[in-house]
Design a binder for this molecule. Structure first.
Ligand SMILES: [Zn+2]
Length: 477
């Protein structure tokens, strides 16, 4: 079998086909950095990590891009004329939006590392791609897909008959919630802004259409095409991105080039917590940092979010998280046991049970990235190796297979399963210090450094460019 995926656009499972043999170009809609990403966001981001890892293990040369939205993402209840999420956060936190972006980008990158995600090859920030966005807008105007009205530039949806194909949504619900003034200047209620002007907006750029800022949708089509070319192999996002965001991206990208935009579309289903919607008011909008402070290591969060197939609604519970932590411990103890049982032997020919576990693993991932099936394969390996009392070359072969599986699941390599509460507190302080520094809040950063010093923790910069720590003295008490 080869990799097959459920393609949202074609509404069925299809064989994965790339533009250039052996190469896979992936674009993922990333976070809007106005607050800390929660586990619902990370479910979507982690699925892209597994996708990349599986394609690499399958022999593809992958280029992975995840954008950082730091301007232009307006509130969901009024996507055409509402407040910019970055600005709302800036006013609330009394920081300018650039500092807000730096702060939450730093926290996001720290969470990515702690969750054992491989860093994408590019994390383009929308604010650094404005010239490319303006170039795409200009092409759309020239090709008759966009028009100017009242200081804004709108996409003319009627010029692109395929609009609505991805979502099956013709966009009628856009009318609700849009402000009357905006409706009046648009030719069609479904038209969406590529460029907006608002004298009160805190982030503005000069353009041929006057000072203003880009719309959220144009950011992704311009950044993805700038970094990956006119046609991408896979574009992903959460299911809430399908409409209008991805529908609009297709209209823009294909309107500008006349070529297919993404060969495949993949979308992850949303996350429930304790059977219900996550919400700030209930207090279950968990972040990785919060869960870690509660004593749950990030690697357990990683597994808890990866255990179910990405197209199934996942119900996240703290019991499920503890179960995931136990699974991680089991896998790590097994690896240690096999290393000891191998006793330095080279891997021998794999017995039938090992081959069967490998087939289960591979066939599951080739089948639309079925991670739960692949985990069955992994735990079959554990059980069968115990049953066979594997040792010597057989244990070495079992360990080698497990390590191969782990190139997808990343449970052995991620730090954290052995973390005690002390480590979790230190990691959290370091993360907060990084965020404070990014926001140029030197007072807060220094206070955290002093607190760490009091705990007997010394910070140093690692060769990998990240901040590491060591104990200069045993923790008190
Ligand atoms: Zn996007």
């Amino acid at each position: 079998m080869s990799f097959h995926l459920h393609d949202t656009l074609r509404r069925k499972k299809v064989r994965f086909e790339v533009l250039d043999p052996g190469k896979a170009r992936l674009y993922h809609c990333g976070p809007t950095v106005y607050s800390e990403a929660h586990i619902g966001n990370f479910r979507t981001f982690l699925f892209t990590d597994v996708l990349r890892r599986w394609l690499e293990l399958s022999g593809y040369q992958v280029t992975q891009v995840m954008n950082i939205t730091d301007v232009g993402h307006l509130r969901d209840d009024d996507p055409e004329a509402g407040a910019d999420k970055m600005e709302e956060a800036a006013r609330k936190e009394k920081l300018d939006p650039w500092r807000i972006a730096e702060k939450y980008t730093a926290l996001f990158m720290a969470d990515i590392d702690r969750l054992g995600m491989q860093r994408a090859h590019h994390y383009p920030r929308a604010t650094t791609y404005v010239p490319q966005m303006l170039a795409q807008i200009e092409r759309l105007v020239q090709r008759g897909h966009a028009y100017r009205a009242g200081g804004a530039v709108y996409y003319d949806v009627t010029s692109f008959p395929a609009y609505g194909q991805l979502s099956g949504n013709r966009g009628d619900d856009l009318i609700a919630g849009a402000r009357v003034a905006v409706l009046e200047e648009k030719r069609d209620a479904r038209d969406f802004a590529l460029w907006k002007s608002d004298p009160h907006h805190l982030m503005q750029w000069d353009s041929p259409y006057g000072r203003g800022f880009p719309g959220w949708h144009i950011e992704c089509s311009a950044m993805s095409q700038s970094l990956l070319g006119e046609t991408l192999d896979i574009h992903t996002g959460g299911e809430d991105n399908i409409f209008p965001h991805h529908e609009c991206e297709i209209a823009q990208a294909e309107g500008a080039t006349g070529k297919p935009f993404a060969r495949h579309w993949m979308h992850s289903r949303h996350l429930l917590v304790d059977g219900g919607k996550m919400s700030k008011s209930i207090g279950n909008l968990y972040t990785v940092g919060q869960l870690e402070q509660m004593g749950h290591p990030p690697v357990a969060v990683r597994l808890a979010l990866l255990r179910s197939h990405y197209r199934q609604v996942l119900n996240f519970t703290l019991d499920g998280l503890r179960e995931a932590a136990a699974m991680v411990r089991r896998v790590r103890l097994f690896a240690d046991a096999m290393r000891a049982a191998a006793d330095g032997a080279e891997p021998g020919p794999p017995p039938d049970w090992l081959l069967a576990a490998g087939r289960r693993f591979e066939q599951s991932l080739d089948d639309d990235l079925n991670t739960s099936g692949a985990l069955d394969g992994l735990f079959t390996l554990l059980n069968e190796a115990h049953r066979a009392s594997a040792k010597g070359p057989v244990a070495a072969a079992a360990l080698a297979t497990l390590q191969r599986f782990d190139r997808v699941f990343g449970l052995l390599e991620v730090q954290g399963a052995q973390h005690d509460e002390m480590d979790a507190e230190v990691d959290d302080l370091i993360r907060r210090r990084t965020a404070a520094r990014a926001a140029k809040d030197w007072g807060a950063a220094d206070a955290i450094r002093d607190r760490l010093a009091a705990l007997g923790i010394e910070l140093f910069d690692g060769k990998d460019g990240k901040v590491h720590w060591r104990r200069t003295q045993a923790p008190a008490g």
